[in-house]
Design a protein around this ligand. Structure first.
Ligand code: CA
Length: 220
């Protein structure tokens, strides 16, 4: 099992990351400032570090620089602000392996983490099939009873969640945090709206509403 250190001072983002990573089988620790993040990151106990740039005390770049200066090889994925392109370039030059700009979707971060983790590069399935429907992760195309349909980016992200968990009830909160990220209002009805869009392409009967709980992709 891979151990991931999350260095992030913003509590809701740290817990969003921790929850998501744990749900995907990782062990996690969180540090909420640069100094303690650095102390943990250099311990050699982690397989990967998710490192925020804006931290109290040492910032993310300083932590990264110190780690690399000591020769620590641990892969580092930086979290940077969307409008800080220069920061990002500096981060990569400073020895970051990858970066994700805030706000990000959990799936986006997870994909980067998986790529950067050594030993976790097992070839991934590229077509997820559930009953007579399939989702091609490379072309992002949905095929239902032999007919192709294109999906928007959000529809695809939502479809991917369902196809990765066929037959399971997924709650609105789960779908919202995985597809829309932490910046979304939990009272929003956006999940229901997009489930509606997806039903039009998949066939209404394939996504069942489970009253008071959420939605389920049926294996038909
Ligand atoms: Ca921060």
């Amino acid at each position: 099992m891979s151990r991931i250190l999350v260095v992030e001072d913003e509590e809701r983002i740290a817990s969003f990351l921790e929850k998501g990573l744990r749900a995907n089988g990782f062990t996690t620790d969180v540090a909420s400032d640069g100094e303690s993040g650095f102390a943990l990151a250099r311990s050699g106990r982690y397989d990967l570090v998710v490192l925020d740039v804006g931290l109290p005390g040492m910032d993310g770049f300083e932590v990264l620089r110190e780690l690399r200066r000591e020769g620590a090889q641990v892969p580092v994925v930086m979290l940077t602000a969307r409008d800080a392109v220069e920061d990002t370039v500096a981060g990569l030059e400073g020895g970051a392996d990858d970066y994700v700009t805030k706000p990000f979707r959990f799936e986006e971060l997870l994909a980067r983490v998986r790529v950067r983790l050594r030993g976790e590069r097992a070839p991934e399935e590229t077509v997820l099939a559930v009953g007579a429907a399939s989702l091609d992760l490379r072309t992002r195309r949905l095929t239902v009873d032999g007919t192709d349909a294109d999906l928007s980016a959000r529809e695809f992200a939502l479809a991917e969640m369902f196809f990765r968990h066929p037959g399971q009830v997924l709650s609105r909160e789960q779908l919202l945090s995985h597809v829309w990220g932490y910046d979304f209002d939990p009272r929003s009805n956006v999940v229901d709206v997009y489930v509606g869009y997806l039903r039009r392409k998949l066939g209404k009967e394939r996504i069942a509403s489970v009253r008071g709980m959420g939605y389920r992709l049926e294996k038909i």
